[in-house]
Design a protein around this ligand. Structure first.
Ligand code: ZN
Length: 318
């Protein structure tokens, strides 16, 4: 496997600009295909040139949709506040996208969780002027070498400039640009460091990787994630929204309540089907071959999270 430079551990491109998914290939988290070893370095390479689009949402809030995690951007007299930081190699295109919104300086960064496609830009954004805020487990994982079995990859400890200077446990509030941001930690879900960020006046909710819009989610069992935790977070997200709430997930298009319901329903259906098959003694290969998600696979399995990759993660947790 190619050794990634320093912290620039990235993973395969999830999404191409302006839409979804790419990356056909049979990449799975572990076990089934050898190509999984290439997932992180390939994400790094692809993200260097992947397009990033800017979508204006409500009030002074926009979103950047690119190869890694979706970035929310709040602008105003206090300078730009970002929620998430993309894959490090996406820097040139993130930088250009931010400049295209306006000339406000970059002042604050919030990480929704510790993964490289959400924290990869921490160091350069800090150098550009951002102070970094996250849940305490994000800092914990960034401070040391951390293995993600699902990606066959060990992420080296992040450089000091990438480490969040402020962390919190369960809840935190930020006031910036005449906006109140309410931050809330989830019980272990996609990882043990997931938070939601609610822009209260605009009613925009960034939920990080607890929601993938029409895309099977990766679940990081190595740092606290599980299919049941992911489902609990999906339920929690539903309790936080109304019909007008704009929801930004970690990956996929911006959505709303109906998309959260669909995501929850797909996870529950897949979990139940896989659990039943596993109880009957079916092997993972047999479960994959039975195609329990046949009616979703064409749409939901287009990114690096192929149907078999997702089924393997569900199988592991039931
Ligand atoms: Zn993630």
């Amino acid at each position: 496997m190619i050794t990634p430079p320093r912290t620039e551990v990235s993973r395969r491109q999830f999404l191409v600009a302006g839409g979804f998914a790419v990356a056909a290939a049979c990449l799975v988290p572990r076990g089934l295909f050898a190509q999984a070893d290439e997932l992180v370095p390939e994400a790094m390479r692809e993200s260097a040139t992947a397009k990033i689009t800017v979508q204006t949402l409500r009030r002074n809030i926009s979103v950047l949709l690119g190869p890694g995690g979706n970035i929310a951007v709040l602008t105003g007299p206090d300078g730009k506040l970002l929620v998430d930081a993309e894959i490090v190699t996406a820097r040139p295109n993130v930088s250009a996208a931010l400049a295209s919104i306006n000339a406000d300086p970059i002042k604050q960064l919030i990480n929704t969780h510790w993964h490289f496609d959400h924290t990869g830009g921490n160091e350069w954004l800090h150098e550009a002027g951002a102070s970094i805020l996250a849940q305490e487990n994000t800092r914990k994982h960034l401070l040391v070498d951390t293995r993600v079995e699902g990606w066959h990859h060990t992420f080296p400890a992040a450089p000091s400039g990438a480490i969040p200077s402020t962390v919190f446990g369960e809840e935190y509030a930020v006031h910036s640009n005449n906006t109140t941001l309410a931050l809330k930690h989830y019980p272990p879900a996609h990882t043990d460091s997931d938070i939601s960020v609610h822009f209260e006046e605009a009613d925009i909710l960034h939920v990080g990787d607890t929601f993938w819009n029409r895309d099977y989610p990766f679940i990081d069992y190595s740092t606290g994630g599980s299919i049941d935790g992911q489902i609990r977070a999906a339920e929690a997200n539903l309790s936080k929204v109304n019909d007008k709430t704009i929801v930004i997930g970690g990956h996929g298009a911006v959505g709303g309540k109906a998309d959260l319901i669909l995501f929850r329903d797909v996870l529950v259906e897949m979990r139940d089907k896989v659990a039943t098959l596993k109880k009957q003694g079916r092997t993972l290969a047999e479960v994959v071959a039975s195609k329990p998600g046949a009616r979703y696979d064409a749409e939901w399995g287009r990114s690096f999270m192929t149907p078999s990759a997702f089924l393997e993660l569900v199988y592991q947790g039931v």
